[in-house]
Design a binder for this molecule. Sequence first.
Ligand SMILES: [Mg+2]
Length: 270
Amino acid sequence: MTRKPRDAAESLAAAAAAPRRLLLLDFDGTLCPLRRRPELAHLTAAQRALLRALNQGRGRVAVVSGRSVEDLHKRVATRGLVYVGSFGLQSSGPDWRWAHPRAHAARPALRAFAGRLRLMFSDVPGALIEFKGSGICVHRRGVPPAHDARFERRLRRARAVAPAGLRWRRGPLSWEVAPDVAWDKGRAALALWRRFDRPFLLAIGDDRPDEPMLRAARARGAALRVGAGRSAARVRLKNPAAVWRFLRTLAERGRDELNDQTLRAQKSGL
Ligand SMILES: [Mg+2]
């Protein structure tokens, strides 16, 4: 492709015309509206069917999230997709699993630290410590404003006693703790791109951790950012509903094209 897509329609046309494509889709805020209780986020049966349709023939679909791979499996619950979890540190496909070697090695220490964090935050109402295998999430969504100060005090203490070699990343209503390795959604995207033999990449994300993935996709296909905020993506979608409209149109175009090919093959007597 010589010219980069400048809007959603051009992105769609380029992805539909590509001989092979890989969709990289963030989950929270992209496929699902952001929820105060992340455990309630899920896809509908129709959305699952659409992802399955996009994962056939010339297309592959990967859900790329900060959640753990196990959590994504439960929530997306669509067979045959690639799941990339913990901001790229773990991934799994229909017949393979991968974890970043350093994240894998850090797992026992992280599990032990998650146990310590549970004790430390046990007197902060609504605080939740989630061990994600390749990382820990300290959720503050459930913490009432009256207990914000206590949460902050516990957090400072936790960071002071944390094992070395961890990176603390602030999310909208949580803190993510993970091994400090030079790895992100962008590197994970490139690893998948190579695994699938360099297809057209189309990435959609809504948040800062998605930006490396959007940069990787912009150079190899198309990148779309959901909502506002500075972004490497040149194309915007308003919200998850717009993302699903985009994906539905892409699936329809793909089906039309497949039908055209079959028709042409029949006409030429193949
Ligand atoms: Mg997101």
